[in-house]
Every structure is written in C-alpha cells, then in structure tokens.
Design a protein around this ligand. Structure first.
Ligand code: F6P
Length: 344
C-alpha cells in the first residue's frame, strides 16, 4: 500500500491578513482530498531550523478562516542569512518525513524557498504580502484588506482635516513599492500620492496643496508610502529589527515638516503602521487565500517543485519561482497617472 505524503507548511516574514485561510486551504485539501498528512512548522524558517513543528488536521484549522495573524507564527529568520541553507533545515525535514514544503511568504522568503528547491527540497510557494509587489502574480492576498483599512483611515482623516483646515500626511506601508498608497489614495481621494517608484519634488507637492486651497478647499490629504526617499536634508533614525532587517516608518513626519514650511498650512501626520496588517481579512482575501491554499496542496502532493501558485486574470496557475523572484513588482505608469489625474 502506498504511504501517504507528508506536506510541511510554514508562514514566514511579516504577517498578512489571509495567512490562516491559506493554512486552512492547504490542510483541508491535503488531508481530506489527497489523504496526505500535514506538518505545521512554527515561526517560519526558525521552526524548520530548530525542529519546532506540530501536526495539523482538519479539526485544527476549523474556525480560523477569518482570523488575522497566523496560527503557525512567523519570523524574519532566514536559513541563508541565519543558518547554513538546506543543511540547517535537513534534520527537521528528515525527522518529520516531509516530502514537500508549502512556503507562504514574500519576496525574501520565496528567494530562500527557491534556493532550497534548487538544493533538492521539493517546495511550492504561496505569494504573501500586503505590499502586493510579488512578481508573476496579478495580486497578493492581504493587499485588499490593507487597502480597505487605509482608505477607511483616509476618509476619517479627511473629515477631521476639513474641520480644522489642516493638511494631513497619511503614511501607509509599502517597503519598496507604492501599491497600497496608490490604491488607498485613489479610493480615498488623495490630493497627492508619493511612492518609492517615482521621484517627487516637495515644492511641486506644496504647490498642489496651495493651488487646491486657492480654489477654496481648506484641507488636503497627502498619502505617502513608508519607503519613499526622505526629503533632502531630513535626518532619519536608522533602525533594524531583531533579525537585522531595516525598520521603516516615519518618513511622513519629514514630508509634513517640509510641506508646512513651504505652505504655512498646519500639517499633521498619521502613520497607519501595523493596523494595516492586523485583524480579519476581507471576503476577497479570504476567497483568494483559500484558492491559493488548495492549489498549493494540489501541486505539493503532485510532486511539483520550484513553482509558486499565482493569480492570472481569474485563474490560479503555477509560475516558476525564478519568475516570482526575478524582480519586485512596482506600480505601473498607467495606474499612477490615473491616480495623478485626481491630485489637488
Ligand atoms: O513587507 C510587508 C511590510 O508590511 C512592509 O510594508 C513593512 O515595511 C514591513 O512589512 C514591516 O514589517 P515589520 O514591522 O514586521 O518588520
């Protein structure tokens, strides 16, 4: 009799609404449809290197679909930065008899997953990030939730800005790409949007605000992605997290100071931060994450490796992890130009 396959699953990098829905999809499909076993690996790569695992069955993933965070925990530890690559994961893989690994992560995590696949460990990737910047897929789960939260926040900021005749700079997440800023900015009617992909001139932004106020509006909302280059002369504190990765957040303050200086309009700042990543995923993200989890289980059980499950149009398809890792996907010019039509 054929022995059932053992699928390992881990979540690594920053958390993202929908992670639990993916885990539920993987576990349910693998156990109920493919009669496979699933081993959950705790705290991302850290658990794979340290042997921290738990078995997962259908009952373990009931009731988690709408829950934020990840029942497996996550970390920014990386086997190629903090360990010796595959060697540091081998013991856990062998001990648990893992035939294939489903890795749910962002671009850094997927790059390490690709290297493990090249070193012989069967790996299927699931793209994860609120930043929506993974190559090879039209969209990532978590993005819709983050955009909803950010655009709700912009609506709220606009009403208080209007009441007080203020400019408010709303800083959103987006480490190297400005997808959240552009989508939430369009949805919230932002008067200017600054993203890492585009150079900006603070004098021009100030003029957009001044011109708007000359036309009779007494408040403005400027949306800024956390990863934009700080204005010239701004002194930014350099911070790193526990794993040595740069910690962003706060550039909005320097931009607000520059705008206030140029316009003399009172300018306040709201840094949305982790609120964009926490809490329950939207229905769109729950459906997307469930579909990706199911597809990942199918490919893992089928023995596929080096592939990432991706969205192309309305379909979930496998794309090579090389393609996924080839670049970080930025906002295209047409989309930014659409957003810019509404500035001021
Ligand atoms: O990569 C996703 C992301 O949300 C980035 O936009 C942000 O810079 C980063 O995670 C922050 O994560 P953490 O605070 O967990 O390091």
């Amino acid at each position: 009799m054929a022995t059932s396959k053992v699928i390992g699953v881990l979540t690594a990098g920053g958390d993202c609404p929908g992670l639990n829905a993916v885990i539920r999809g993987v576990v349910t499909r693998a156990t109920e449809v493919h009669d496979a076993e699933v081993v959950g690996i705790m705290n991302g790569w850290e658990g794979l290197m340290g042997g921290h695992t738990r078995s997962l069955d259908r009952d373990d993933v009931r009731g988690i679909l709408g829950r934020g965070g990840t029942i497996l925990g996550t970390s920014r530890m990386d086997p190629y930065v903090h360990g010796s690559g595959y060697e540091s994961c081998e013991r856990t893989v062998q001990r648990n008899g893992i035939d294939a690994l489903v890795v749910i992560g962002g671009d850094g995590t997927l790059r390490s997953a690709l290297r493990l696949a090249e070193e012989g460990l069967p790996v299927v990737g699931v793209p994860k990030t609120i930043d929506n910047d993974i190559n090879g897929t039209d969209v990532t789960f978590g993005f819709d939730t983050a955009v909803q939260i950010a655009s709700d926040a912009i609506d709220r900021l606009a009403s208080t800005a209007e009441a007080h005749n203020r400019v408010i700079v709303c800083e959103v997440m987006g480490r190297t790409k400005g997808w959240i800023a552009v989508y939430a900015g369009i949805a919230g009617g932002a008067d200017a949007i600054l993203i890492p992909e585009r150079d900006y001139d603070l004098d021009e932004v100030a003029e957009i605000v001044r011109a708007r106020h000359r036309r009779g509006k007494s408040y403005s909302i400027v949306v800024v992605a956390e990863g934009v280059t700080p204005p010239e002369g701004a002194v930014m504190e350099e911070k790193t997290d526990a794993f040595g990765f740069a910690r962003l957040g706060g550039v909005g303050y320097a931009i607000a100071a520059g705008l206030e200086e140029r316009t003399s309009f009172e300018t306040r700042v709201s840094v949305l931060g982790h609120i964009q990543r926490g809490g329950t995923p939207t229905a769109f993200d729950r459906v997307l994450a469930s579909r990706l989890g199911v597809a990942a289980a199918d490919y893992a059980v089928a023995g596929e490796t080096g592939v990432m499950v991706a969205v192309r149009g309305t379909q979930i398809v496998p794309v090579s992890m090389e393609e996924a890792c080839a670049e970080v996907r930025g906002v295209d010019d047409a989309l930014f130009d659409t957003a810019a039509s509404f500035f001021g």
